[in-house]
Design a protein around this ligand. Structure first.
Ligand code: ZN
Length: 242
């Protein structure tokens, strides 16, 4: 007797957070080893700081770029990418800005918090995609304004269109798998609610219970790579609601 398998679902959303990239060694904002222990984020990751001293904010983000550039996608990223290469429609909705889902081959990705490797002009709004290098040119070629990382800083709003697409996809999926996120920060914290309203089977992969655990039918307690491997292998009874 084998339980439901990934291939039994038509529309799958993987909702990923810091725990997805932890096994790649990507430093996190919060928690043990968070980079905010070394840097006071109020000085480096908000619009006010950027307005005051854009060069200092870039120094910090180029430091982050160097840390993340040294990280590679892990087995979990690759399992999700492979699922997306099958017929089923698979979307990744991520809070991560590291770009590792794209690097592992996932194609349908909504980045709620932007991308560390993209910049937008703080004056004219034009965007540019960078390679995985620190940024040297800090001024927009068109208008001379400052480039800023195209990521959601503390106090920034999420991009409306991205959030709207995420809600629509999550409302209409039949399998919703959260990986390594406690989703305590709004509006990302609302997203599992849309999966519940849409009657998707909801699976939480996280080593620990989270404030959102009650929203899930199935709880897989363990590292992301191990639990995604079992999910992809069709481990019997893995998805039996408990
Ligand atoms: Zn510009």
């Amino acid at each position: 007797m084998s339980g439901p398998h990934l291939r039994d679902f038509n529309r799958i959303v993987f909702f990923t957070g810091a725990g997805m990239s932890a096994e790649s060694g990507v430093p996190t904002y919060r928690g043990a080893g968070g980079i905010w222990k070394e840097y006071d984020y109020r000085r480096y990751a908000c619009q006010d700081a950027f307005n005051r001293d854009p060069a200092a904010v870039w120094e910090f983000h180029n430091y982050r770029r160097r840390l993340v550039a040294a990280c590679a996608p892990n087995l979990g990223h690759r399992i999700i990418a492979r699922a997306g290469q099958r017929e089923a429609r698979v979307t990744v909705v991520t809070q991560n800005i590291d770009g590792l889902h794209a690097l592992s081959g996932s194609r349908d990705i909504l980045e709620l918090h932007g991308n560390l490797w993209r910049v937008r002009c703080d004056t004219c709004g034009v965007k540019q995609q960078d390679s995985h290098e620190p940024r040297e040119q800090l001024r927009c070629d068109g208008c001379g304004g400052w480039w800023r990382p195209d990521i959601v800083w503390f106090g920034d709003f999420l991009d409306d269109a991205t959030l709207h697409s995420a809600k629509q996809l999550i409302s209409s999926c039949d399998l919703f798998v959260s990986v390594g996120t406690s989703a305590v920060v709004y509006p990302a914290a609302q997203l599992p609610e849309y999966a519940r309203a849409g009657k998707a089977l909801r699976v939480e992969i996280n080593p620990d219970e989270t404030p959102a655990s009650d929203l899930y039918d199935v709880h897989l307690r363990g590292p992301a790579t191990e639990m995604l491997t079992r999910l992809a292998d069709g481990d019997p009874h893995l998805l039996d609601p408990a």
